[in-house]
Design a protein around this ligand. Structure first.
Ligand SMILES: Nc1ncnc2c1ncn2[C@@H]1O[C@H](COP(=O)(O)OP(=O)(O)OP(=O)(O)O)[C@@H](O)[C@H]1O
Ligand SMILES: [Mg+2]
Length: 393
């Protein structure tokens, strides 16, 4: 703690480990005006009597935890810029803190001096902006929070790919074994055992192949989602080669078939209304498929949430002036204006099991293909998504 009056914005660092406090204070004190506290409680006392610009806190501490401290600081001292400093393996708590809007940035321990100096400079600047305009401060924090989420997503994607690939390889090994299912069934038929046990084993052997197929399909789907998440957080590289033109109709039909189960679950119907010949478009078929599945599932979910008996998701198609227009219309719950304006912001979701990446992904994929993606929605009436793609010359 400094006895002399502070010069420049005050940075408060909260950590229960003395060694960490000393290292940070020593290496930052030439650049910043540092205050340290060994606990959340102590930090709050300091905040009550000092104008603190930046609060950097450890997450795991005895007594008051980092997130609890941040929640109180957010309420009592909304103008201070909040950050967490924690170890790499603690991604979960950081993500929660960011999602709750408690912090805009995080610092991974052990930190490098130049990196920390840069982050603290940014925070001090953001704080002084905020003194001039609270609205600007909020905008800046929000942008930063989203950028941070993006980089966390990148981290997670990297860590998720490995186990998923090994899972896929293991499924393939099991699928090889499952080729011997008929022999196994014969052996069970001929072996001495109770009738009930035989029944159970035969059932197991019979189910092995389809179960593994489902498992493989679900794993591949996960792997694609993860790739999509990775793509979201990094710009697409232009390879310079033009994509081949594809017929969109088989893809529309395929997407409808994939979503059939979803619409059945929500007791809604899914239909296609358009010509049997559509102009070709230049987009990868997997990407168009991904877009359609996302939009149709959103529609099916909205219809299910409304719970009315004649739920419908309809796909309309038409060609107009060198453009293919696909319209996906549902008569589900629709969106209130505030949801509509936020739909498409990465991680924005109103569904407990949603990831909030569906629309963001669609907008990105259609945008890269040179098209447009529009959503119109009315609460209580339904939603119409319009996808416009240039047709291949
Ligand atoms: N057809 C629709 N009708 C009503 N609300 C919708 C519709 N489509 C999207 N929304 C709203 O927009 C939000 C964001 O949609 P988005 O597809 O991006 O994410 P999600 O469906 O919540 O999660 P997921 O990443 O699993 O798709 C949804 O949570 C929902 O509130
Ligand atoms: Mg969705």
């Amino acid at each position: 703690m400094t006895a002399s009056p502070p010069k420049g914005p005050l940075v408060l660092y909260v950590d229960d480990e003395r060694a960490n406090r000393i290292v940070l204070e020593q290496s930052m004190k030439t650049e910043f005006n540092i205050l340290v506290a060994e606990s959340g409680e102590k930090a709050l006392e300091l905040l009550a009597v000092n104008e603190v610009a930046v609060v950097v806190t450890d997450m795991r501490m005895p007594g008051m935890q980092g997130d609890e401290l941040l929640r109180i600081v957010k309420e009592r001292h909304p103008q201070s810029v909040r950050m967490v400093m924690t170890a790499h393996q603690d991604v979960g708590p950081i993500l929660r803190a960011i999602n709750e809007g408690l912090v805009a940035r995080y610092i991974i321990k052990p930190w490098e001096r130049p990196e920390l100096v840069q982050v603290l400079r940014w925070a001090c600047e953001a704080w002084s902006f905020g003194r001039d305009s609270a609205a600007l401060h909020r905008r800046l924090m929000e942008t930063e929070r989203l950028a941070t989420l993006g980089s966390i997503a990148g981290l997670l994607v990297h860590d998720l790919r490995q186990p998923l690939m090994s899972q896929l390889a293991n499924i393939e090994v099991l699928q090889d074994f499952a080729l011997d299912a008929p022999i196994l069934s014969q052996a069970i038929e001929g072996a001495e055992m109770e009738a009930e046990t035989r029944e159970r084993l035969l059932h197991f052997v019979k189910d092995l192949k389809p179960t593994l197929e489902d498992l493989k399909e679900a794993t591949m789907h996960l792997s694609k989602l993860i790739t999509g998440l990775r793509d979201l957080s990094r710009p697409k590289v232009d390879t310079g080669t033009e994509l081949p033109a594809i017929d969109p109709l088989p893809i529309v039909r395929h997407a409808m078939a994939v979503c059939q189960e979803l619409t059945m679950k929500s007791r809604s119907s899914i239909g296609y209304d358009g010509p049997q010949n559509l102009p070709h478009v230049r987009i990868s078929s997997t990407e168009l498929m991904q877009v359609l599945i996302n939009v149709v599932s959103n529609g099916a979910q909205a219809v299910a949430a409304r719970g009315t008996p004649n739920g419908k998701v309809e796909i309309h198609a038409r060609e107009d002036g060198g453009m293919l227009e696909l319209q996906i219309q549902d008569n589900g719950v629709g969106m209130p204006p505030d949801v509509l304006s936020r739909a498409g912001t990465p991680f924005f979701t109103t569904r407990a099991e949603g990831t909030g990446l569906g629309i963001a992904q669609c907008q990105r994929l259609i945008g890269t293909a040179g098209g447009r993606f529009l959503i119109e929605s009315e609460q209580g009436k339904g939603t119409t998504v319009t996808i416009v793609l240039p047709t291949a010359a």
